[in-house]
Design a protein around this ligand. Sequence first.
Ligand code: SF4
Length: 301
Amino acid sequence: MTDRPESLVIRPPSEWRSLLVRITRGCNWNRCRFCGIYPAMGQTGFSIRSLAEICSDIDLLVRLHPRAETAFFGDADPLAAGMEIFCGAARYLRRCRPVQRLTCYGRIATLHRLGPENIRRLAEAGLDRIHVGLESGDAGILRRQRKGQSPEMAVQVARWLKEAGIELSCYVLLGLGGRDRWRQHITGTARLVNTIEPEFVRIRRLWLHGNAENGCPLWQEVATGAFVEQSPEGTVREVELLLGLLHPLNTFFACDHANNYIQVSGLLREDRDEMLAEVREFLARPEEQRRVHYTVIGSRI
Ligand code: SF4
C-alpha cells in the first residue's frame, strides 16, 4: 500500500472532476484491430486489483479530493473484475463519499454475459451510468474490427440497462468503415442508435496512433491497402449523414473530443436540425478554409 492511488490510463473527458478509481489494469479484451491504446500507454497486460487495494485507494482519493462529487471506475472494463469486487467497491465508495454520480467504462460483451439480473445488482450497488464503445452499428464492420460484440447484443444490453435505471453513454467511431464502407458504417450506426436511444452518443474519430511497425493491427491493413483511412472531410460528411438519419431522440449528441473536425452538441430531440445546419454551413465554406481547419486540428489521445 502507498500514499498515492493508482492512476487510470484514460478516462472520458466528462469525468475530469471525478474520483478516478482503478478497479482493473488495462483491457481484458485487447483485440480490437483499431485500438492498442493500453499497450501504447505502457499497460500491456490485464489484471484485477483486490477489493482491499481498491478500498485503500478510495480512502486516499476521498482525502485528496475533498470536493469531488462524482466518481469513475476504470480501466477499460472494470466489470471484468466480477460482481463481488465491482459492487463491493461501489458500495464502499458510496459509504465513504455520497457522490452524485458513479460511472464506469464497460464492454457490451461483458454486460451481455452478466445479464439482466446482475445489471440490476450493479444499479443497486450505486452505478448510475456506463460508457461503452458502441463504435459502429454495422455487424460486418464490428466483426472485421474484432470488437467482440454485435448490434443485437447492444440492443439487449441497452434494454437491460434502461430497465435497471443505468444511463448509457455510447462512443461512435467516425472512420471505422474506412473510405469504402463509410455509408454502411453510418447507416448501421444510425439504425442501432435509433433503436436503443441511449442517453448519450459521443463522437470520436478513428486515429491510428503509432505506425505500421509499432501500432495497432489495423496499421497492417492500411499498409497493404486493404483498409483506406477516411479523409478529414469524409469524417465531417459522416457526422452530416449520421445527424440526418438519427430520429429526434431524447439523446444528447456530443462531439466532445479535441480530435473531432467538427464540434457540435445538443439534444437530438431539440437541437438536431440546428446541429445539422452547423455541419452544412461548415461544408459550404471555401475549400481552402476547410483544408486549413483540418490541418490545425491535431490528433491526440
Ligand atoms: S477499444 Fe476498448 S475493448 Fe477494444 S481493445 Fe481498446 S480498450 Fe479494449
